[in-house]
Design a protein around this ligand. Sequence first.
Ligand SMILES: [Zn+2]
Length: 96
Amino acid sequence: MGFKSKARKKRAAADAAAGRTGKREKEEFVGEVRCDVAGCENFADKKIGGRRLAYDRAAEVWGEAGIEGQSRRISICKAHYREWKKATKDDFDEWS
Ligand SMILES: [Zn+2]
């Protein structure tokens, strides 16, 4: 019988480590998703303006060395999304 409760405990510990259970901090937002731009410490959760971006599109702006994520889609924080938008918008402006 011990197995299930043990598993539950383990999971709770993992959740706590990931900051999922924190309800006390209302002032400081603790997200679940990290920005994948190299060196960025911000969260990329959707509710605080984070975005998911295709790896290739992000690499156009920061280069492959500037992205820490390995997946085809990466997460970026609000600040980096704005930076990305600005960079890609500048590209479009060259066409007009
Ligand atoms: Zn960022």
